[in-house]
Design a protein around this ligand. Sequence first.
Ligand code: SF4
Length: 117
Amino acid sequence: MSVNGDQTWAAEAACASAPPDALFVRGAAQRDARIRCFDCPVRMECLADALESKTTFGVWGGLTERERRALLRQYPNVEDWDSWLGSDDVTARELRLPVAPRIITRLRQSQASLRVP
Ligand code: SF4
């Protein structure tokens, strides 16, 4: 894992000692993985890395693959996710909150507001 080439954050990962399969879960087990992520001191670095590498499977940075796909679709022109996650964008600000975001709901609402009636 790297964010702009820096991999040092991975040493502080809350999942560093978890079994490798612990992040590649489905259904209710994703909730447990997300809880660990939201206690992780390097969650934003992890999320930036997952978005930059377009990691397909698993819970990374507190987001499921479905949530990350929605973000990538909503922001196709972002090239530096680490910077974007620190920006004033309303979704980025929400993602920095120490609680699981309602990212799918929010992105759907913003996409619906862009549609012509
Ligand atoms: S945010 Fe989650 S997946 Fe990422 S390093 Fe922390 S615990 Fe692991």
